[in-house]
Design a protein around this ligand. Structure first.
Ligand code: SAH
Length: 341
């Protein structure tokens, strides 16, 4: 069976080429063709001998993904891509323009197992993990199609990144490698619903990325009602893992809190959040709940501002996420859902 060459590290490619009886330095040339010039066929690698190109073609394939739908916001230039993978599955990415550059939000799985009640990505269940190549290609393809340079990345699209741990780690290593995209992991945020064991594992890599933790509620009862993962790892276990992460990596954590009117935006919720997080090296990012047609959750801007003020008064670092691409339904999983129904 042919192997997925875009998911190989340079070292692995060197080993493979040496096994073919080739010189080790050839791997670097091939790697440059793949990750800098981003060719789609081995035949395009013009400084590689025909015999090596043939060997590569016999043993590997260059994965690809195709844009099947592209929506551009007329408000803020946000571009949403619906991609088709080589097996016919669909995923989404969102390219956003900020003052400091372009940021892309990518998917890590086809669907999601986590079952968060407010999230469109999970409604149709889980199909499969994405390969490292399929995460890279979301960036490469968006850069090629838009002509924009991606400066930062968030793993906040469809899927739970820590539920696809090995592929996500490998992807981050290839992404930050000096040949290729060469993106500093300081410009990467990884968002998790709270897979505690994997948070401990991730801390060991000391990646320098920002870990975002989807908290959304301050009591176990409320959190379990909207996030089934809380039945496996309760809030106190989650916060213990977060403290460990901060201590091991020296990086602060960003807690995401999607504000749902009359569900988690009361004064009591604010007090609970302050009690939980006070003194921790962290930041709270409030997300106005994005109303999805399958669920009856409402957003209320005034209540959100009041909630934010209460948190600030309580000494927390708080920001509210800007809504981008409001006219193109840019929230997680919504486009794929519409397309697959
Ligand atoms: N699985 C990861 C990343 C996915 S989504 C995680 O759970 O963190 C990124 C963020 O958007 C998460 O905080 C998620 O809880 C939140 N989110 C999902 N659907 C939402 C919606 N309809 N409105 C607001 N936030 C939502």
């Amino acid at each position: 069976m042919k192997r997925d060459i875009l998911s190989y590290s340079l070292e692995e490619l060197e080993t493979a080429l040496v096994d073919f009886g080739e010189k080790k330095f050839r791997a670097k040339q091939v790697y440059e063709w793949l990750h800098n010039k981003r060719v789609k066929k081995f035949d395009e690698m013009s400084n590689i001998s025909l015999s090596l190109r043939t060997k590569l073609d016999d043993n590997f394939y260059i994965n690809s993904i195709n844009v099947v739908k592209r929506l551009e916001s007329s408000i803020d230039n946000t571009v949403k891509y619906l991609y088709e993978l080589s097996d016919g599955n669909h995923i989404e990415s969102v390219l956003m323009e900020y003052k400091h550059g372009n940021s892309i939000c990518i998917s890590t799985q086809v669907g999601c197992k986590m079952g968060c009640k407010f999230c469109a990505s999970t409604i149709a269940g889980f199909k499969r993990n994405l390969l490292p190549s399929e995460m890279l290609l979301q960036i490469y393809e968006a850069e090629r199609e838009s002509g924009r340079h991606v400066d930062s990345l968030v793993l906040m699209g469809i899927g739970e990144p820590l539920d696809n741990f090995d592929n996500v780690v490998r992807f981050l290593q290839i992404l930050s490698f000096e040949i290729g995209k060469n993106l500093s992991l300081r410009h990467v945020s990884l968002s998790t619903c709270g897979l505690v064991d994997r948070i401990y594992d991730l801390a060991e890599y000391k990646f320098g990325l920002t870990l975002s933790v989807s908290l959304h509620s301050v009591t176990d009862k409320k959190r379990s009602a909207v996030m089934p993962i809380n039945n496996r790892y309760c809030i106190s276990e989650l916060l213990k893992a977060c403290r460990d992460y901060i201590e091991k990596t020296g990086r602060r954590i960003s807690f995401e809190y999607s504000v749902i009117h009359n569900v988690n935006d009361s004064a009591e919720d604010a007090e609970g959040l302050i009690r939980l997080l006070k003194g921790m090296n962290c930041h709270v990012n409030l997300i106005p709940i994005n109303e999805i047609k399958e669920r009856d959750f409402k957003s209320d801007r005034k209540a959100l501002s009041r909630f934010s003020e209460m948190l600030e008064k309580g000494g927390l670092n708080v920001t509210t996420r800007r809504t981008l691409g409001a006219d193109i339904n840019a929230a997680c999983g919504q486009l794929r859902r519409e397309y697959e129904i």
